[in-house]
Write a protein that binds this ligand. Structure first.
Ligand SMILES: Cc1cc2nc3c(=O)[nH]c(=O)nc-3n(C[C@H](O)[C@H](O)[C@H](O)COP(=O)(O)OP(=O)(O)OC[C@H]3O[C@@H](n4cnc5c(N)ncnc54)[C@H](O)[C@@H]3O)c2cc1C
Length: 452
């Protein structure tokens, strides 16, 4: 076990750590038997800084867990603190399969404390509330802490304002009744229950306009819900309202799956961006017609996570409007005006005039996390950053019985014009082998993120 800062630096006392631990479910190499009563408040210091330089990572999802682990491996001389609001790691990848019991809950849920102990970083379960860039300080619900480097991997936020403006009743009604389950939260449980208890009728699924988190996954979800209804003889129709002109990515593979496997259940409607939505009377008006529904999975617009906005990292369009995504270097993922602040994962904005955004996937967040761990190691040693190229790979299960998946791969290189170029390879031929590869991919990823 790697030693913690108090072992190396007596100036940072064990008492401080115990206080912070009791305040926020803090886990360190000291172990988890930390139950000292204490009073914590947003104004107090959560974790005093010792002599070690410190990296604070905001968000313990796919990007954050990766960067925390690899930082400890590359730069054991740095202290690493991971802040996350949730008590356990919940994987969105494979969650569609979990909705209809292809995999069980243990597959998705992993401990935060085990990887923190294994790699010797500090984990604090807390809500991050503000970032003070002038003071290099992060504020949380349990107190503040200072950083030398900051990595923000806070995922996405779902915005319903384009549909409802500031109508909070409509937003609350939608999130309670028609949650999309696109961030790690209790929404997944609600959606699973909805699918299991659905007795029949029309379910509409609105897709967010691009760019959005995991573009192929809504179609996968439609396939697996349809398979569940088919198997259980539930007279259900699923209408996919897609703002895009065609299914993408893996369009041919999905089209064949809809036609061959679920012809009486799934209808895909292209160019169906939502114009008006009445969640109380269950009516949607789209550019492709109006639809009434019995139930729905309403995916609001996706934007960079709230913390990315608080960081002041959101890019601007030519006419000064927010792009809704972080403006970062296309390969280093740091801010132009502060190269020691990194934003990684789904919050990252456009990086290339050829393809716009990297796919918003766990695979990409992991690759960015690994890269940033190396970049910070280089900065810590006073070396120049050496750019690393990333890739993306996604497997989507279209048939649970027999198990058959399709997949998409993205490769990147620096083009002759000095910007990143993307090559997309769709594998539309559904087969069991791709499902087996998906399981292998997920196992390797979980190993990299959590160690088990
Ligand atoms: C249904 C579905 C299927 C998917 N399938 C795949 C797949 O097969 N393959 C693939 O590669 N990707 C897949 N993805 C995409 C993948 O889940 C995301 O791309 C990935 O999680 C992005 O990583 P991230 O670190 O940016 O965000 P996240 O993994 O969402 O992590 C962000 C973390 O930050 C925390 N956080 C945010 N704000 C705060 C705050 N203020 N205080 C404290 N903590 C905070 C959140 O709780 C969260 O844990 C899928 C997504 C969905 C929804």
């Amino acid at each position: 076990m790697t030693t913690r800062m108090d072992d190396k630096h007596p100036g940072t006392t064990r008492r401080h750590l115990l206080q912070a631990a009791a305040a926020g479910g803090l886990t360190t190499g000291l172990g988890s038997a930390l139950a000292q009563p204490m009073i914590a408040s947003p104004g107090s210091e959560l974790l005093p800084k010792g002599k070690q330089r410190r990296v604070v990572v905001l968000g313990g999802g796919w990007g954050g867990l990766t960067v925390a682990r690899h930082l400890r491996e590359h730069t054991p001389e740095l202290e690493v603190v991971l802040l996350e609001r949730n008590p356990v790691f919940w994987s969105c990848p494979l969650s569609n399969k979990w909705l209809i019991d292809v995999v069980d809950t243990q597959f998705l849920v992993h401990s935060y404390t085990a990887p923190a102990r294994r790699w010797g970083y500090t984990f604090v379960q807390t809500e991050v509330t503000e970032i003070d860039r002038d003071k290099r300080r992060v504020h949380t619900a349990q107190g503040h802490l200072d950083y030398d480097w900051l990595v923000v991997s806070a995922g996405i936020r779902v915005s319903y304002e384009p549909w409802f403006g500031n109508d909070r009743r409509a937003i609350a009604h939608t999130t309670v009744n028609y949650a999309s389950a696109y961030v790690p939260s209790a929404e997944h449980l609600a959606l699973k229950q909805k699918i299991k208890s659905f007795k029949g009728g029309t379910i509409v699924m609105t897709l967010p306009p691009p760019p959005h988190r995991c573009p192929p996954s809504p179609y996968e979800r439609a396939c697996l819900m349809a398979a569940h209804f088919q198997r259980n003889k539930v007279p259900a129709k699923i209408i996919i309202l897609d703002p895009k002109p065609r299914i993408a990515p893996i369009g041919a593979g999905y089209r064949l799956a809809f036609e061959d496997l679920y012809p009486d259940i799934i209808t895909h409607v292209p160019n169906a961006g939502v114009k008006e939505l009445d969640p109380f009377n269950r009516v949607i008006k789209t550019a492709a017609g109006d639809f009434k529904f019995d139930d729905a999975v309403l995916m609001g617009h996706h934007q960079a996570a709230e913390l990315t906005w608080k960081l002041g990292a959101i890019g601007k369009t030519a006419d000064g409007k927010p792009t809704n995504w972080a403006a970062v270097h296309p390969q280093f993922y740091n801010l132009k005006d502060d190269p020691r602040i990194y934003v990684i994962g789904d919050s990252v904005g456009a990086v290339s005039p050829q393809f716009g955004h990297y796919p918003k996937s766990g695979h990409v967040a992991n690759r960015m996390g690994r890269s940033v761990a190396k970049y910070i190691a280089q900065q810590a040693k006073g070396e120049a950053l050496q750019p690393l190229m990333i890739d993306n790979l996604c497997y989507m299960l279209v048939n649970p019985d027999p198990l058959e998946a399709i997949s998409v791969q993205f490769d990147y290189e620096m083009g002759p014009e000095g910007h990143l170029v993307q090559k997309q390879i769709d594998d539309n031929d559904r087969r069991k082998h791709l499902w087996e590869e998906d399981l292998r991919w997920y196992g390797l990823m979980v190993q990299d993120l959590t160690g088990g």
